[in-house]
Design a protein around this ligand. Sequence first.
Ligand code: SIN
Length: 522
Amino acid sequence: MNTHDYIVIGSGVAGLYAALLARDHGNVVLLTKGAIDDTNTKYAQGGIAAAVGRDDSPELHLRDTIAAGAGLVDEVAARVLAEEAPARIADLARFGVPFDTSHGELALGREAAHSRSRIIHAGGDRTGAHIELSLSGLARLSGITVLEHRLVERLLMEDGRVTGVATLATEGAPLREDFVGRHIILATGGAGQLYGITTNPAVATGDGVALAYHAGAELQDMEFIQFHPTALRMPGVPTFLISEAVRGEGAVLRAVEGPVGRMAGRPFMAEYDPRAELAPRDIVARAIATEMRAAGSSHVFLDVTRLAPEYTAARFPQIYRYCLDHGLDITREPIPVAPAAHYIMGGVRTDVWARTTLPGLYACGEVACTGVHGANRLASNSLLETVVFAKQAVEATLGRAEGDPPALTAETLDLSPSQPVRGETPTLPLLQSIMWEKVGIERTGQGLAAARERLASLAAALPERGDRAALELANLVWVARLVTEAALQRTESRGAHYRSDYPRTDPAWARRITFRKGVRNG
Ligand code: SIN
C-alpha cells in the first residue's frame, strides 16, 4: 500500500503550489492524469490580479470582485482572496516565476471590470506557461513524488472520511493502484470540455467535481459557466484565447459589415454597456453573440490595429505569433473572434480553508467553489484563487483553520440515470453539442429540460468501467447533468447564467444552489 501524508491530485498551478507548500510538512505524492505540464494553467494568458499598484488596495480589488459577481459573491472568501493576493505573488516570485517589470516595478496590465491596473503578467501573454514551468521544475527537485499518467477513478472512504484514492495508469499496462493519505487535495481544474468550443485543453474534463460528487461532497453554483468573449474563430484553426488584456490595452470590438467575414465595421460595445470593451465578461460575451446572430456570422472582429505594431508584438507575443502562423497579421488586420466556454464558477463547495464537506478532502482552484466568483468571475482572479486557496488548504491541514469545517446543508439531488431512450452511444461530440445548443450562453427552460432528458439517457448508457477516455467522458456527463439541473432550477438571469425565458435578475434568487448526490431510488 502507498501511504502518504498528502495526496495532491492535479498538476496545474493549484496542485503544484499546494504540493510545494505541503512538502515542508510531510511526504507528498502528486498524481496527474497526463504529463506534468498537460494542464489548463499553461494556457493562461492575461495574468494574476493583485492590488500592488500605488493607487490600488485590497479593498478596491474586493469591491470589483463583488461587483462582477452579480450579487452572489461570498464576501468573506473574496476578502481573503484580495488581502492574500500580494503575499502570494511574492511567493510565486520567490519560486522563480519571472514576472514582467517596468522601471524596476511589477508591470501592471488592465482588464475588464477592474477599476485599477492590477494584472501581473509574465512573458507578456505567457503568464500561465511561465508559472507552470517554474513550479513544475521546482516540484521535480523538491522531494515530491510526481506520478504522471495516473488518473484517479474514485475517492476511498472510511467512516465518512476520505482516506485515499483508487487510480488507473493511463499509459503502459492498465495498472490499478490505491494510495492512502492523511490529507487529500483536489486540484483537478475545470470542465471546459463540456463544450466543443472552449479555450480549455482536452484535460479539462471535470474529473474532481465528478469524484467529489460520487463520494457525497456538496457542490454549488454549477449553473454558472463563464464564456470568454474573445476566442479566435478562423475556419480550420483550433480555438485559441485572445486575452482580455488585449481589450485592456485598447483593442475595439467591431461588427461584421458587408460580405460576411470580409470587413470590420461599427464599434458596438458602447451600445450595450457604458463600460464598452471593459464591461464584465458575461455582458461582452452576450453582446457579441447578439451581433453574430444579427449578422448571421460566426464571429465579430477585435481590432488591435490602432496599437503600435511593435508594442502589440512585444506585449502579446504568443497571440501575435499564433495568429501570424495561421496567416493573420493582427497588427494590420482585425481578428475574427467569438465567445468560447472558459471557466466554471461552480464546483466542490469549500470554506475559505479549502475544506470540503467531506473530512480529509480539500479542494482548491477551478474545481473548488468558495463562492469567491459569485455568478461571474472577474478576469485574472482564477490564477489568483489557485494560490490563495492552495495555501489555505495546507494551513488547514496543519490545524490552523478557524471555525468548524463546512457542515452538510444541501438538499440531496437524485440524478439516477433513466433508461437510455434514444439508443444513443455517449460520445464527446454528442455531449458537447447538447451542451452548446441547450446549456450554452443563452438558455431556456424548454432547452434545459430537453438536455436533462438526453443527458440522463447518456448516463444510463455509460459503461461501468473503462479506459481514460471513457472515464473522462463519464465525468463530463455527470458534470453536464449537474450544470443542467442547476440551470433549470435557477429561473432568473444572473451573471453568466442567462435564461431568455427569465431575462431579469430576481432578488429572491440571490442565493446559491447547492446539492449532493441523492440516494438512488432505482
Ligand atoms: C484572459 O487572458 O483573458 C483570461 C484571463 C482569465 O480568464 O482570467
